[in-house]
Design a protein around this ligand. Structure first.
Ligand code: SF4
Ligand code: SF4
Length: 489
């Protein structure tokens, strides 16, 4: 066995360590994978290392044998072989870690040293054991739902357990909102487990969606039906009460014939009861207006918070006038209060003030909030059934001033026409928000990974988007930061 072959084999192993194992480690840590073959690179590196070790051993043996035949000491070759093998394995490991060296400075730091996500550091005594205090009619569905209900979206970052969902039920929450693509199907599985034995007390909403993404106008009736069947299986139930066209961004998707045909068939089979639409995209206004006018929808799920643009109030009122239930989401306006509000008292009061404001609109049937700890049930449900308090408006105005330049408004999209790269700026900034403020790093990375166009192009762009944002958001800067945070930089 020639020493050059051994050297060459280690060279291949080290290269694979950097290119393949390093990439694999990155995806493993970040929790997303666009390759479709997640462990193949690790396997290839392992095989190469094993081969290199075998060649090194064969080389050392040959040398030791030759030395003995010539009555020379062979120990030197044995040691050289051991050193070569150890050095090769070490070099392969170092090269793999070198590939993810940005991981600590860019991503690891943000995963392990995150700002507190949207929950109080320590629940106040008076919040302890809070329960739902009010149930409101969900429009024409005639259901009476908890005014503050359980969401299970990206905000949970996969941390919501069946136990906490069960505690939510015990505290009086009777409306669950989930989707097949929340936390990679975990949300539906966990809520299904939590509802065991009490399914009939619950109003269950999920989405027309697959674990891998949304369904659109080009999907067949069978695709839509299959998606709901999958949800029923994961939720361990024979019916869902409400199915939304999920995160609907266009009127085409809203009115997709196949989606409506599938809904009608599923309804006739008793597998779904009501149809809804959830939207928080730049086209929110067009989508919501069309949904109201079509009279096909029983519930609208809309991004709604203090300081939302004035038109949203009219949409909500018109929906209510047609007896369409309105469920509010994204009510915390970016949930940046733990990082931005100065005093502990302000941080502690913000979520409740935000919820009280949303619920002060009688046309809103209820709100959903994604949570993952029982202390959040204490904190959030303390606002149930409460009218706005004396200091709420001042606090909300203060928060609004602080998020100026940071929070991308859910319904907006005014900057989109300024981007020659046609980036979905609103989505990029939303995923940045999940990462930075919701403490949902992996979920944010998974969602960003799905975007067709990434913000790496911003680095070489003259940024015609500058000045395009009425919220004074430095778009290019934030988009580039998003790309650094949401990938391995
Ligand atoms: S960055 Fe500004 S202009 Fe663009 S969608 Fe967000 S709020 Fe609107
Ligand atoms: S800097 Fe980025 S977001 Fe702004 S116009 Fe250029 S590519 Fe689009």
């Amino acid at each position: 066995m020639s020493g050059s072959w051994v050297f060459l084999s280690w060279l291949v192993s080290v290269s694979l360590g950097y290119g393949a194992l390093g990439g694999y480690l990155g995806r493993l840590v970040e929790g997303y994978d666009g390759s479709g073959n997640p462990s193949l690179p690790a396997l290839a590196t392992a095989v190469s290392v094993a081969l290199s070790l075998a060649l090194t051993l064969a080389w050392a043996r040959t040398r030791v044998r030759r030395a003995r035949d010539s009555n020379l000491p062979g120990r030197r070759f044995f040691l050289l072989g051991a050193l070569g093998a150890g050095g090769g394995v070490l070099a392969t490991g170092v090269s793999a870690l070198g590939r993810v060296s940005d991981w600590y400075t860019v991503t690891g730091k943000n995963i392990f040293l995150v700002r507190p996500p949207y929950k109080s550091d320590q629940a106040l005594i008076e919040w302890s054991g809070s329960t739902v205090q009010n149930y409101r009619r969900l429009g024409r569905t005639e259901a009476l739902i908890s005014d503050i209900s359980l969401g299970s979206g990206s905000g949970t970052g996969g941390r919501q357990t069946a136990e906490v969902a069960r505690q939510a039920i015990d505290r009086g929450i009777n409306y669950f909102d989930t989707a097949p693509d929340y936390s990679g199907t975990d949300s539906e599985y966990r809520l299904g487990k939590a509802m065991k034995g009490v399914r009939d007390q619950m109003f269950l909403a999920t989405k027309f969606c697959r674990p891998g993404g949304h369904l659109g106008a080009d999907h067949s009736v069978a695709d839509y039906i299959e998606a709901v069947e999958g949800s029923l299986q994961r939720l361990q139930t024979d019916r869902v009460d409400l199915v939304h066209i999920h995160s609907c961004d266009t009127v085409d998707r809203l009115m997709a014939e196949n989606a409506h045909e599938a809904f009608d068939r599923l309804k006739a089979a008793g597998k779904v009861r009501f149809l809804g639409v959830s939207t928080h995209t730049p086209n929110l206004e067009a989508v919501a207006n069309h949904a109201i006018e079509s009279d096909r929808f029983d519930v609208l799920m809309l991004a709604y918070h203090y300081g939302a643009w004035p038109g949203i109030g009219d949409i909500i009122d018109r929906a209510a006038a047609q007896d369409i239930g309105v469920v509010a989401m994204k009510t915390l306006r970016g949930a940046m209060h733990q990082g931005l509000m100065q005093s502990r008292a302000e941080q502690d009061s913000y979520t409740q003030a935000a919820f009280r404001w949303v619920l002060s609109n009688p046309s809103v049937s209820g709100l959903v909030i994604s949570l993952w700890e029982s202390s959040q049930l204490d904190e959030f449900l303390y606002a149930s059934g409460q009218p706005p308090g004396p200091g709420d408006r001042e606090l909300l105005d203060d928060y609004a001033a602080k998020v100026e330049g940071e929070h991308c408004r859910p319904h907006c999209g005014l900057c989109l026409g300024h981007c020659p790269e046609q980036l979905a700026i609103h989505d990029i900034l939303r995923h940045r928000m999940y990462f930075k403020y919701y403490g949902a790093q992996k979920e944010a990375m998974r969602l960003y990974d799905r975007l067709e166009r990434k913000a790496d192009v911003c680095a070489g762009c003259s940024a015609p988007c500058t000045q395009a944002c009425p919220q004074a958001i430095p778009i290019s800067e934030h988009a580039q930061e998003a790309h650094r945070l949401l990938t391995l930089g």
